[in-house]
Design a binder for this molecule. Sequence first.
Ligand SMILES: NC(=O)c1ccc[n+]([C@@H]2O[C@H](COP(=O)([O-])OP(=O)(O)OC[C@H]3O[C@@H](n4cnc5c(N)ncnc54)[C@H](O)[C@@H]3O)[C@@H](O)[C@H]2O)c1
Length: 255
Amino acid sequence: MKKLENKTVIVTGGGGGIGGATCRRLALEGAKVAVFDMNLEAAQRVAADIQSAGGTAAAYKCDITDRIDVDAAVAAAEAQLGPIDVLINNAGWDVFKPFTKTVPAEWDKLISINLVGALHMHHAVLPGMVARKSGRIINIASDAARVGSSGEAVYAACKGGLVAFSKTIAREHARHGITVNVVCPGPTDTALLAGVAEGAPSPEKLLEAFAKAIPLGRIGQPEDLAGAIAFFASDDAGFITGQVISVSGGLTMNG
Ligand SMILES: NC(=O)c1ccc[n+]([C@@H]2O[C@H](COP(=O)([O-])OP(=O)(O)OC[C@H]3O[C@@H](n4cnc5c(N)ncnc54)[C@H](O)[C@@H]3O)[C@@H](O)[C@H]2O)c1
C-alpha cells in the first residue's frame, strides 16, 4: 500500500527544486498535493507533471510572507483537496554575502521569507489539525542552522530560528496528535544554490569546494531530500517528533 494514500499535503515553494521533487514523490505515495508557490507558473508545471503521471495535484499562487495570500490559498486548497493532513514548509530564499556587506533591507527579506513565512503557514494550518487531532508538519531548514555557514549569517539565523520554533510547536501540539520535524539539506543542486554560487568570487570553485567537503563526495540532488520528507509525512514516523535530520551526504554529523 502507498504510504500517503488520500492524504492532503501542502508543499510551499513547490515549484522549486526540492519542493518540486517532494511534490512528485508525495504524489507517487498517493497524496493529493497542493503545490504552493509565489511563482504560479512553476507551481502549475509541477502540478501538471503529477496529473499527467496519474496523480492528484493542484497549483496555488501563494506568497508566504503575505498572510492574506496564505489564508486564501489554504482555504482554496482545503475546498478543492480536503482538510490538510501534512504541511511542508519548504519555500526559501538566500543571498550569499559576508554579514558586514549586507543591508537591513536584505535582512528583512530573508527573515520574512525564511522565518515569518513559515510562521504564517503554521498559524493558518494548525487550528484545523488541532481540531482533527492529527497532523504532520515538516520544516525544511538547512545545515547552516546546525553548524553555521560563511556568507549566510542572517539566513542561518532564520533557519536556526525555524529549528527552535519547530521543537516548541512539537511540544505544544504533541497532545493533539501532531508531529513536527525538521529536514536540513546541505548544498543541493537547485536554482537557490546556483544563486548562492553566483555571489561567490568563483562560483565553480565554490561548488567544487562544497562537493569536496561532503563525505559522500557530491552535491545533493532534490530527489535526495524527497525520501526523508516523505518518511516524516508517513505513519512510519508517527512516534517521531521535534527531531532534526541532515540530508547532506554526511556534511554535518550531529549526535
Ligand atoms: N539548495 C540548497 O543548497 C539548499 C541548502 C539548504 C537548505 N535549502 C532549503 O531548501 C528549501 C528549498 O530550496 P531550493 O533549493 O529547492 O530552492 P529553489 O529556489 O529551487 O526553490 C525555492 C522555491 O520557493 C519559492 N519561494 C520563494 N519565496 C517565496 C515566497 N515568499 N512565497 C512562496 N514561495 C516562495 C520560489 O519561487 C521557488 O519556487 C529552502 O527552504 C532552502 O532554504 C536549500
